[in-house]
Design a protein around this ligand. Structure first.
Ligand code: NDP
Length: 292
C-alpha cells in the first residue's frame, strides 16, 4: 500500500514556519507583510476561498485586506482598484480571485498587477522568469505539488515526471518547476496518444486534469509517487463527495506514495500564497527572504 502524503499536515507545518518568519520581519525590520484579495461577484466557491485566505493570512500575523466588488463592476473600475493596490506600499501581495465575470478580460487584469506583488504568479513577467530559470513569484498550487514531491522523495534529479494537463495555472508551471528540479518532464493533455502508456513511464505523476478518477492503478509504475491536483465533486451512493483525478482505491495499491483528495495538494495552495507574500514583502524591502 502506498504511503499517504499528508498535505494538510505539511501545510500546517509550513504555515507555522511562515508565522515565525513574519514575526522576525516585524521584529527585525519593522515589516508586516500584507495581502490584498479582490473578489468580484458572488460565486459561492470563490467566497469560501477568499474567506479562507483572509483567515489564514491573519493567523500567520500578516495584514489582510478584502475588496468585495459587485458582479457588474466594470473592467475599468477593477483595473483602478488594482492600480491603487499597486501604489499602496503597505500591500505586498495582490490577488484577484478567478474567475472574474465574463465581461472582464482576466488576462488584462492579471497583467495589470505589479509583477513584484503578483503572489498568484500569473503575470507574464513571472511566467517568463520561471521559464527562463530566474527567480520568480510562482503559481501556488504548482509550488505546493513540488514541495510535497520533494518532502516525499527528497531530490527529484533525473526522475521521469509526467504531468497530465497543460493549463497555465497548474500543468505548465508545475512542468517548469520539475524541469528546474532536473526531472525529465513529459506534459500530457487531451490530444496525447496512449496516455496510460505515457503515465506508466513515470516515477512521479502529477495529475491536473479535472476528470474524476481518470487515472487508474494499472497506469501507475509500481512504487511511483502520485500527486493528485484534481478537485472534482461527484455523487456516489446518494452522497456528495470530493474526488481527485486519480482513482485512489486502485492507485494506492501500486504507487509508492500518493496524495489523498481532500487533504493532499489542496491545503498547500493557501500556504504557498502566504509564502509568496512573505517573499514579495522581503524583496520589496530589499532584504533576504527569511527561511520558511
Ligand atoms: P483545466 O481545465 O484548465 O486544464 C485541464 C487540462 O487537462 C487541460 O490541459 C486538458 O487538455 C487536460 N485534459 C482534459 N481531459 C483530458 C484527458 N482525457 N486526457 C488527458 N488530458 C486531459 O484545469 P486546471 O489545470 O485549472 O485544473 C485541473 C484540476 O486541478 C481541476 O480538477 C481543478 O479543480 C484542480 N485544481 C486544484 C487546485 C488546488 O488544489 N488548490 C488549484 C487549481 C486547480 P487540453 O489542454 O488538451 O484541453
Amino acid at each position: 500500500m502506498a504511503k499517504l502524503i499528508d498535505g494538510k499536515a505539511y501545510a500546517e507545518a509550513l504555515r507555522g514556519r511562515i508565522a515565525v518568519a513574519v514575526a522576525s520581519l516585524k521584529k527585525n525590520h519593522n515589516l508586516t507583510p500584507g495581502l490584498a484579495v479582490v473578489l468580484v461577484g458572488e460565486d459561492p466557491a470563490s467566497k469560501v476561498y477568499v474567506a479562507n485566505k483572509a483567515k489564514q493570512t491573519v493567523e500567520v500575523g500578516m495584514n489582510s485586506w478584502e475588496h468585495k466588488m459587485p458582479a457588474d463592476t466594470s473592467e475599468a473600475d477593477l483595473l483602478a482598484i488594482v492600480q491603487k493596490l499597486n501604489n499602496d506600499s503597505s500591500v505586498h501581495g495582490i490577488l484577484v480571485q478567478m474567475p472574474v465575470p465574463k465581461h472582464i478580460d482576466s488576462a488584462k487584469v492579471l497583467n495589470t498587477i505589479d509583477p513584484a506583488k503578483d503572489v498568484d504568479g500569473f503575470h507574464v513577467v513571472n511566467v517568463g522568469r520561471l521559464s527562463t530559470g530566474q527567480d520568480a513569484l510562482t503559481a501556488c498550487t504548482p509550488v505546493g505539488c513540488v514541495m510535497l514531491a520533494k518532502a516525499t522523495l527528497g531530490k527529484l534529479d533525473g526522475l521521469n515526471a509526467v504531468v497530465i494537463g497543460r493549463s497555465n495555472i497548474v500543468g505548465k508551471p508545475v512542468a517548469q518547476l520539475l524541469l528546474a528540479e532536473n526531472c525529465t518532464v513529459t506534459i500530457a493533455h487531451s490530444k496525447s496518444k496512449d496516455l496510460p502508456g505515457i503515465v506508466r513511464q513515470a516515477d512521479l505523476v502529477i495529475a491536473a486534469v479535472g476528470r474524476p478518477e481518470m487515472v487508474k492503478g494499472d497506469w501507475i509504475k509500481p512504487g511511483a509517487c502520485v500527486i493528485d491536483v484534481g478537485i472534482n465533486r461527484i455523487e456516489r451512493d446518494g452522497k456528495n463527495k470530493l474526488v481527485g483525478d486519480c482513482d485512489f482505491a486502485s492507485c494506492e495499491k501500486v504507487a509508492g506514495s500518493i496524495t489523498p483528495v481532500p487533504g493532499g495538494v489542496g491545503p498547500m495552495t493557501i500556504a504557498c500564497l502566504l509564502h509568496n507574500t512573505v517573499k514579495a514583502a522581503a524583496a520589496m524591502k530589499g532584504i533576504k527572504t527569511p527561511e520558511m
